[in-house]
Design a protein around this ligand. Structure first.
Ligand SMILES: [Fe+2]
Ligand SMILES: [Fe+2]
Length: 164
């Protein structure tokens, strides 16, 4: 269910010009929970796309903002990131988006930098699109954590059965 975006041809065609670039492809190697930032980002972009269609959002800004919201290439578990990843990664993503996918509008920049709100309390979403991406990120991240927990339980129970 998390990966239902794979069956939506219209969505895949819409994101292809960005997703098929070398820079975006690097997210396949970047860790997020037990998965890649690439998979997480595609799920968030698809959730945002679906909500955006219902809420009459600006599709171009919404998709670009969603695809770039976690455009970082470091491993958050590295020593220099582990304590402040939650605060800094939206701004790292913003810098990477400016470098790899210019020009970036102020609207798109706010979608990216505010997606952790209210964690970054001083930098709130300033548009419907920014709110949709922030909400989609929380929905998808929560589902990923629940799934990770169920997979952990399933593996642990499976191991216990094997040991009997
Ligand atoms: Fe994020
Ligand atoms: Fe995210």
């Amino acid at each position: 269910m998390l990966d239902s975006y794979l069956k939506d041809e219209a969505f895949l065609a819409l994101v292809a010009p960005i997703v098929e670039t070398e820079a975006f492809g690097r997210l396949k190697l970047t860790q997020h929970h037990n998965d890649s930032v690439y998979s997480h980002t595609m799920r968030v972009a698809y959730r945002a796309y679906r909500i955006g269609r219902r809420w009459g959002a600006d599709e171009k800004a919404l998709i670009r903002g969603a695809l770039f919201h976690d455009l970082y290439f470091h491993d958050w578990r590295e020593k220099e990131h582990i304590l402040n990843h939650g605060w800094t990664h939206p701004f790292i993503a913003l810098e990477n988006a400016k470098r790899h996918f210019p020009p970036l509008t102020d609207h798109e920049a706010n979608i990216i930098s505010s997606h952790m709100w209210p964690f970054n309390i001083a930098n709130p979403p300033r548009s419907k699109e920014a709110l949709i991406v922030s909400l989609s990120d929380k929905i998808v991240a929560s589902a990923e954590v629940v799934l990770m927990f169920f997979n952990f339980v399933r593996r642990t129970v499976g191991l216990a059965k094997k040991q009997k």
